[in-house]
Ligand binder design. Sequence first.
Ligand code: AMP
Ligand code: GLY
Length: 470
Amino acid sequence: MATPSRNVLLIDSTGRGHAIADLFQRSDPSVRVFYGPGNSSVADERICTVPEVSLSSPASAVQFCQARAIDFVFVSHIDALSTGYVDFLKASGIPTIGPDRAAARLEASKAFTKSLLQRYKVKTARFKVFDQPEPAKQYIRTLGYEVVVKADGLCEGNGAYVCSDQASALHAVDNIMLARAHKDAGNRIVVEERLFGVEISIFALFDGKEFLLFPAALDYKRSDDGNKGVNCDGMGSLSPHPLADKALYHEIQTELLEPLGAAILGEGLKYTGFIYIGAMLCDDGIKVIEINVRFGDSEAEAVLPKVQSNFVQLCEGVLQGTLSSMSLETDDKCYCNVVAAQGPTLRLDEDGREIRYPGWPHGDFEVGCPISGLEAVDRRNSRLFLANVRRDAEYSLVTAGGRVLHVTGFGDNYAQAVHHAYANIEKIRFKGMSYRSDIGLIYGSVDAKRQRREIPSLPSTWQMPRGALS
Ligand code: AMP
Ligand code: GLY
């Protein structure tokens, strides 16, 4: 093994964090990744988990950097970004990649972002912002189209209410502002036009001036099969996006990234690192749904394994502002990521009474359930990324949260990638394990123009994988 010549500190603790750490070490044989607070179940020769580095204390990261020869820090968790982690590290003289607190408002405040998009003419759904429920409800009653009601602040992926009639929109306003379902995140709401089409998750690395586009992904945000259930952080994804061709990437560059870059520069926002645009492919062009200031999760686990460029060098390009002279190399494979979540379980308490947990993302869920079968995942056609997996006192792997782990299958086409993801996730077991069985099917209306240039489709031999475990 080559002697590590670069030390990177990655601030994250999710499946996305595992995928970024994996990209660093896979694409550069000389890097050592310190992953803080990281995840005790992620063990690799060149990925070291550092639990003493906390997401809520940038001072702990500074202390770690001073004790080790860290070349740069990459911050990719919104809890850290939205509270000024990058500002603190930079003020301490540490080279750091990530948006500062003011720039992180692009994800932390929907009202801020919508107004920015409007001012800089980045295409997005029509909208209005409200601080009080009654004016919002009066406005909704005047509209002749369906709306999405959104809490302004951070809500762990479930603060957007996609409403198919007026009554549910009015109810969403009450739920956010009166019942305070999302606490202070719902002090302000955005009411916006509901868009129809196929969603796309767009990713680019940004050095403050130029974007380097990464492959796009299709995210499955709904909790249940058939794209039903509640919106959540995501139950899986495909990459590349099945409708993304050269013409679409050109449209993304000119219609979204260029005006967005002008907005970031025009507002004097200090932004480096990944930017994630959630968009809708509508009949009348691509429109922005949301901006996130970090990579998508579960998209990272499907997109980043495609990357063949040296990621340390790309990060150095970001730090030096020379990304425009660099390019991104990717493989030509298809990737399909399926999330194994902590679903419903039944437990008996000390008095023999039944406790029913609805499971993530519907409600409370159990933790500490032993996980088996990880060693059976076939690494020749699949990747495994750990999110909420921890080691217990006996050093065994147990569940520790809602989205437990990600299995990413790959192959020469989507059908192979999907098959490999499901063939491998079925080898894994834990109490209450659940996953969507339809990742890979395309939902949403696709306009005729795009359909003509649709690249792959699932072949007729495609079979629905067997249903989710309960
Ligand atoms: P957001 O909280 O803005 O990230 O939205 C979460 C999810 O809600 C998106 O990924 C979409 O699936 C859906 N959504 C949000 N805004 C809209 C919209 N204007 N039209 C249709 N669906 C939307
Ligand atoms: N996959 C959605 C997100 O990362 O917010």
